[in-house]
Design a protein around this ligand. Structure first.
Ligand code: FES
Length: 107
């Protein structure tokens, strides 16, 4: 399934992210700037903060755990209703075409 990462300038990069892999790794493994993922997906850094595109928020849903919700509050960029930690979004076939917007900075 494909994920389109849109950086803060509007530049789009499409990456094939395998089912079962998370959206943070899809970015980090492919050199997408805008997602740091410092803790490697261990839910302890919030540097994988992203915004789910409006067309996808219903499908992706909100934070998957209380821990994600709490950690999101520490994200450095503005937190919006569409905010998620990208390491907590696991790819499925249903998410093919997913669009993710990246904050300007994770720090
Ligand atoms: Fe650290 Fe997602 S990579 S919380």
């Amino acid at each position: 399934p494909k994920v389109t990462y849109v950086d803060h300038t509007g530049q789009e990069t499409q990456i094939d992210v395998p089912v079962g892999e998370n959206v943070m790794h899809g970015a980090v493994y492919n050199g997408i700037e805008g997602i740091a993922g410092e803790c490697g997906g261990a839910l302890s850094c919030a540097t994988c903060h992203c915004y789910v595109d409006d067309d996808w928020t219903a499908k992706v849903g909100g934070p998957s755990s209380e821990a994600e919700e709490e950690l999101l509050e520490n994200a450095s960029a503005e937190v919006k209703p569409s905010s998620r930690l990208s390491c907590q979004i696991e790819m499925t076939d249903d998410l093919d075409g997913l669009v993710i917007h990246l904050p300007e900075s994770q720090y």
